[in-house]
Write a protein that binds this ligand. Sequence first.
Ligand SMILES: [Zn+2]
Length: 108
Amino acid sequence: MAKSIEYFLECVGPGWRPTVKECLEKIIPLGAEIQQVKEKFGGLRVYYRGRHVDHDKVNQQIRLAEMKCETTCEDCGAPGEVRDNRGWLRCLCDQHLTERENIAKIME
Ligand SMILES: [Zn+2]
């Protein structure tokens, strides 16, 4: 049985979920079987398969979602950018980058 959209939304931060939801709601009716949704190097990745899929249309929607996430804080959805947080690339706004840096300092 195919996993639900909600399952895949849990795979990324709350700030990205509206974008991912919109994307999945567009590409699943096109026949895409979603395999995995994840954050990698600060960017969104959506993996799918499907034999009878209009790959151009599906890839176009995924590319749009990826581009949106590149400038959206994964934590809160505010405008953000991909930053290097101690070797971890994450797309964050100023506030959440600062919060993560502070948490990292406490952990040391
Ligand atoms: Zn944020």
